[in-house]
Design a protein around this ligand. Structure first.
Ligand SMILES: [Zn+2]
Length: 565
């Protein structure tokens, strides 16, 4: 057992500061002091949450590692509340007041023992817990403050009751309702918040894991004030009710971290419909190793990112997770020796130490114009949010040709059709072929629910009916796959969360020569060593139990290679 390397008395146990956190992580050897110094942040003025969020967003550690370091420091087990969420009735055995005062929740309970997760371990907790569980042996474990806070949600009343409570107080009603909705959305990791006005009421919905879900209803008579409040905080025109408006919100959370959001307002029959996209939150823990790439795909991408210049494209339809992949790549590239500049519409994630420019048509900042001026600013790596037109495509290719690594997304169905489409846009084949190094394409796919997952034997002969060439990857007659049975956790769908399936195509030197002659020949010259199809990547994820076969064929077309026996 590792001994704590800082004296506990050095740290006032009531409050662990940001500087304490940094010291603990450095002393436990999870981060080098040099890396901390490189950040040039004065941690002595930061609280735990703020310091934590800086460390995570700077990509120096993951939340898991911080949890690990903290629990080692306390010589306690780490209780993973995210992977093993405790049940509501259990959590409620400790009253909310006590739980929030001492930052602790019940993690699990057995006949003889009770397991308490806390972000504030202290001997003083023991008598308090003993009073609630007099007959049990107490096992304390560590959990990060954010997962303790998330668990506190279990104490909350349902949305409508909370909104009624706020309304009955009569002060600050509208700002508090907005705050309540935002905090709910963040706690549930929603990507979008919808306010949909109808004749009598306003429906609030969140998009969680890509699916819209009803959250609750607001009385219509409050709605105008809520719309006004949202317009004020996003600096939009209050007197405009008949035109669409777009703006941005920088929201300061209860945990004192900032979250960027984009708001769009559009008039509908019964008022103004509002959609808010939550942006900043998802930057945490994002890196190429965390987006579901296979080892081979990871290696192909990583190798190409080391090129000092060239063009890397991520293609796919809207909502396929292209931007996430691009940012994961960018975050892996951030270091003190390169300058990274981006031009985006919208800026979906904020990344430390990256110069990010927002497209603004009204101010005449277009992709093409911004890209021209970026090149003059001596960047090493340029991220172009999307190649939408010929002008942007040409400047991107030229920048890649003149010693920059250019990353961008492109709207195409798959990697193989990306080059012919760029060619149709008017980019010279020899320019394209000499710059393009890698094309990634992707789709999002639902993952099997971990709470109700079970193993099932599947006949490959049955699979053959859907995929005639299946024997090429499954030579046996039976395979074991995993499926979700359906449970409360996954809304009885058998799926929870999403990941991506990837097509990765590296363009080798031989291929470049052939492409310069005939860009449309790409399909015929693919080198299998440097290529992974989306379907094969998906099959690999089926084998590993990440998703199931039905979901794969729902999302990804069976390729020609597998269409015949
Ligand atoms: Zn389930």
């Amino acid at each position: 057992m590792k001994k704590p390397s800082l004296e506990k008395k050095e740290i006032e146990l009531k409050e662990i500061t940001g500087l304490d956190l940094v010291n603990i992580i450095v002393k436990q050897n999870y981060i080098e002091q040099d890396d901390i110094d490189d950040l040039q942040v004065d941690f002595s003025s930061k609280g735990f949450d703020e310091a934590y969020s800086i460390l995570i967003t700077s990509n120096l550690v993951t939340s898991d590692l911080v949890g690990q370091a903290m629990s080692e420091f306390y010589s306690l087990n780490l209780f993973d509340l995210k992977s093993f969420p405790p049940n509501k009735d259990l959590v409620k055995k400790i009253s909310y007041d006590i739980a929030s005062q001492y930052k602790m929740v019940v993690f699990a309970e057995s006949k003889m023992e009770v397991f308490i997760a806390t972000s504030n371990p202290d001997e003083k907790l023991i008598p308090i817990i003993k009073e609630i569980f007099p007959d049990k042996e107490i096992k304390l474990g560590y959990a990060l403050p954010e997962s303790i806070e998330d668990t506190f949600l279990l104490y909350k009343n349902n949305f409508s009751d909370r909104i009624s409570d706020i309304m009955s107080k009569g002060e600050q009603v509208v700002p508090d309702i907005v705050k309540e909705i935002f905090e709910d959305a963040l706690a549930q990791k929603a990507s979008d918040i919808h306010f949909e006005p109808f004749a009598e009421e306003v429906v609030i919905r969140f998009r969680i894991d890509g699916v819209l879900q009803d959250i609750g209803i607001l009385p219509k008579n409050f709605y105008e004030n809520i719309v006004n409040r949202l317009k004020v905080i996003s600096k939009l025109r209050l007197d405009e009710h008949f035109e669409t408006q777009d703006g941005s919100i920088r929201y300061l959370t209860k945990k004192n971290t900032t979250v960027d959001m984009r708001i769009s307002i559009a008039p509908v029959m019964d008022g103004e419909k509002i959609v808010i996209r939550v942006l900043f939150r998802y930057v945490n823990d994002l890196g190429l190793d965390s987006i579901g790439l296979s080892d081979k795909a990871f290696k192909l991408i990583n190798d190409n990112l080391k090129n000092p210049f060239g063009l890397i494209l991520v293609s796919g339809p809207t909502g396929s997770g292209k931007t996430t992949t691009l940012y994961a790549a960018i975050r892996d590239l951030v270091n003190s020796r390169v300058n990274i500049t981006t031009i985006e519409d919208p800026v979906e994630y904020r990344v430390d130490r990256v110069n990010q420019i927002q497209v603004n048509e009204q101010k005449n900042i277009t992709f093409a114009k911004a890209l021209r001026s970026i090149v003059r600013q001596d960047p090493d790596i340029i991220l172009v949010g999307e190649i939408r037109d010929n002008e942007t495509a040409e400047i991107a290719v030229n920048s890649a040709l003149t010693g920059h690594l250019v990353l961008s997304t492109f709207h195409a169905n798959d990697a193989v059709s990306t080059l012919p489409r760029l060619y149709d846009m008017g980019v010279e084949p020899f320019l394209l072929s000499s710059t393009i190094d890698l094309i990634i394409s992707q789709r999002l796919i639902r993952t099997t629910c971990p709470h109700c997952k079970y193993s099932q034997e599947m006949s490959v002969v049955d699979l053959k009916k859907v995929v005639p060439g299946i024997f090429k990857v499954f030579p046996k007659t039976k395979i074991n796959v995993f499926k979700g049975k359906g449970c409360k956790e996954c809304g009885f769908t058998g799926y929870k969360g999403r990941t991506a399936v990837f097509e990765v195509l590296a363009i080798t030197h031989d291929m470049k020569d052939a492409l310069a002659d005939n860009i449309k020949s790409i399909q015929t010259i693919i080198n299998e060593e440097e290529y992974i199809s989306m379907f094969e990547d998906g099959l690999d994820k089926v084998k590993k139990g990440v998703t199931d076969f039905e979901e794969l064929v729902r999302v990804v077309k069976v390729p020609e290679k597998f269409a015949k026996e």
